[in-house]
Design a protein around this ligand. Structure first.
Ligand SMILES: C[S@@+](CC[C@H](N)C(=O)[O-])C[C@H]1O[C@@H](n2cnc3c(N)ncnc32)[C@H](O)[C@@H]1O
Length: 239
């Protein structure tokens, strides 16, 4: 199996430029933080795309990521934004975050759960998130599964983003994975993702001891597609 940590090491220094256009989730996760009395825990925090706006809004954040290169970039970004003292950067992964305590919010933004290869890993990750939450605390995450339209329009084709990145997706491989190749400023990587339909995620998160409070098909609160593909934005409460 490809190692997501290595996959990100290759692109840590272009990740922010690559994701420059991805902003629609930031208000959602800022809204999720409201009312929390404890630090916000972000798992798979990457370079701080969400953690830093949270810190800028005045929240203390525990930002966990397994990739040395991504955490190093997160520290640099937080220092540059003047919020390093509000962001505690930790080494850990979704299955073993390496954080103790009971928090009010655990966030897993931007499809990071798609790095997990199977239901055992998905359930273990939801279990680890649950262990970090106080009773009635909230888990918020988003995931994605390619729509038939995505597949028809872009399968196997190089796509040029405004950021200057080139991407090519093989959405449905024989083993059920999606393979995304990224090229930007001389950096290249291949991400192997494991999408499953919306109802599958919802069943697993309930099985892990959560009640699903909202399940949207986008960050504006639109419906989940009937075929279970597309975006899935979930807020779940620890039972
Ligand atoms: C798509 S990025 C998301 C980063 C950030 N949350 C954001 O919204 O920009 C995925 C992140 O997941 C991390 N990652 C990959 N596999 C992981 C795992 N098993 N556990 C935790 N993080 C993982 C990578 O290092 C990377 O930083």
């Amino acid at each position: 199996m490809a190692d997501p940590v290595d996959e990100y090491a290759a692109i840590a220094d272009i990740y922010d430029a690559w994701c420059l256009e991805v902003v629609e989730d930031i208000p959602h996760y800022l809204g999720m933080a409201q009312g929390s009395e404890a630090p916000i825990v972000e798992l798979a925090a990457g370079t701080g795309r969400i953690a830093i706006p949270l810190a800028e809004a005045g929240y203390d954040v525990i930002a966990v990521d397994p990739s040395d290169a991504m955490r190093e970039r997160l520290r640099l970004n937080a220092a540059e934004a003047g919020v390093l003292e509000r962001v505690e950067v930790r080494t850990g992964d979704l299955l073993a975050p390496g954080v103790e305590g009971a928090y009010d919010r655990v966030l897993i933004p931007f499809r990071s759960l798609l790095h997990l290869p199977d239901d055992a890993a998905r359930l273990a990750a939801f279990g680890a998130a649950r262990d970090l939450l106080a009773e009635h605390g909230f888990l918020a995450f988003d995931v994605f599964s390619p729509t038939p339209e995505d597949i028809d329009a872009t399968q196997g084709q190089w796509y040029h983003r405004d950021s200057g990145a080139k991407e090519r997706a093989d959405w449905h491989r024989a083993d059920g994975t999606t393979r995304i190749e990224v090229e930007m400023r001389g950096r290249t990587t291949t991400l192997i993702l494991h999408p499953v339909p919306a109802e599958h995620w919802l069943r697993l998160v309930e099985e892990a001891g959560f009640e699903v409070i909202t399940a949207w098909g986008d960050f504006a609160g639109g419906p989940v597609r009937e075929d279970g593909t597309g975006d899935l934005v979930v807020i779940a409460q620890r039972r």
